[in-house]
Design a protein around this ligand. Structure first.
Ligand SMILES: NC(=O)c1ccc[n+]([C@@H]2O[C@H](COP(=O)([O-])OP(=O)(O)OC[C@H]3O[C@@H](n4cnc5c(N)ncnc54)[C@H](O)[C@@H]3O)[C@@H](O)[C@H]2O)c1
Length: 265
């Protein structure tokens, strides 16, 4: 018996990285999964992979920056599998050339990221909730980020949008808890997804490793396993929370790694 047996799950941004790993793990634990992504070929390939292992999945196109496209993805899920029990709002992005410090950042990029990273969570949730109420409850999971808790010299819009995801998660949990709808988020630290690997040189990865409590980097499965837990009834008394999956990167005095170097001298 799988941990999310026969639950119907929609995963946005499911063709790659964290979304892909989550979709595969949800399917492995018995969920029927709709994989929705801008990269529709990737979404279909992931669904095919699941089906070839005996699972149930469909890949569809989604533009998470477009209200109508989100509405259609929820509609499709309910039509395909009869209901929606799990919504994983995972799409998010930034553009490191435009999402800069508050003086120099491109304001169109600010608007784009608020729309794509934050409003998409509101919209997916808004369209899924009536179906979840009908189904007697559900689990909504959002991808936040450690950038929503700690500031940086750039990525102002990304961080603010992800902080918005953290608080929106609590609002949803508060407003629909009595309908047995839980809403939680996962805040990844650095996770070695294709996107992260493409954006980072080995030197940058070393800087991250130096500040992790654990001696390794995060993998997409580390988030996927958390998503399965939050989707399953194992977490039935957990709501409004953001689970930080970050290798202990942010738990200590930030200067500890430099002090250790100093003490070795
Ligand atoms: N990788 C990390 O280190 C990390 C850290 C913190 C938070 N996150 C968050 O995790 C989530 C997933 O990131 P990832 O690293 O797996 O990225 P990824 O690039 O590997 O995957 C993102 C997927 O989203 C899809 N996508 C992009 N824009 C879309 C749109 N408008 N509509 C529909 N699909 C779209 C892409 O096609 C891709 O398949 C994002 O919200 C990101 O902000 C990632």
């Amino acid at each position: 018996m799988g941990r999310v047996m026969d639950k119907v799950a929609l995963v946005t941004g499911g063709a790659s990285g964290i979304g892909l790993s989550s979709a595969l793990l949800l399917a492995k634990e018995g969920a029927k999964v709709v994989i929705a992504d801008f990269n529709v070929d990737g979404a279909k390939a992931a669904a095919q992979d699941i089906k070839s292992r005996g699972g149930e999945a469909v890949g569809i196109f989604l533009d998470a920056g477009d209200e109508n496209s989100i509405k259609e993805a929820i509609k499709f899920t309910v039509k395909q599998f009869g209901t929606i029990n799990v919504l994983y709002n995972n799409v998010g992005s930034t553009n490191l050339k435009k999402d800069l410090d508050v003086v120099n950042m491109d304001l169109d990029e600010w608007d784009r990221l608020m729309n794509l990273n934050l409003k998409s969570v509101l919209l997916g949730t808004r369209f899924a909730i009536p179906h979840m109420i009908k189904a007697g409850g559900g689990s909504i999971i959002n991808t936040a980020s450690m950038a929503g808790f700690f500031s940086d010299s750039i990525r102002s819009a990304y961080g603010a949008s992800k902080a918005g995801v953290v608080i929106l998660t609590k609002y949803i949990a508060t407003q629909y808890g009595k309908n047995k709808i839980r809403c939680n988020a996962v805040a990844p630290g650095l996770i070695l997804t294709p996107a992260a690997k493409n954006n980072m040189t080995p030197e940058v990865l070393d800087i991250f490793a130096k500040f992790n409590a654990l001696p390794y980097h995060g993998e997409p499965e580390d988030i996927g396993n958390t998503v399965v837990f939050l989707a399953s009834d194992e977490s039935k008394f957990i709501t409004g929370q953001t689970i930080q999956v970050e290798g202990g990167h942010y738990i200590a005095n930030p200067s500890i790694a430099d002090f250790e170097d100093y003490m070795k001298k």
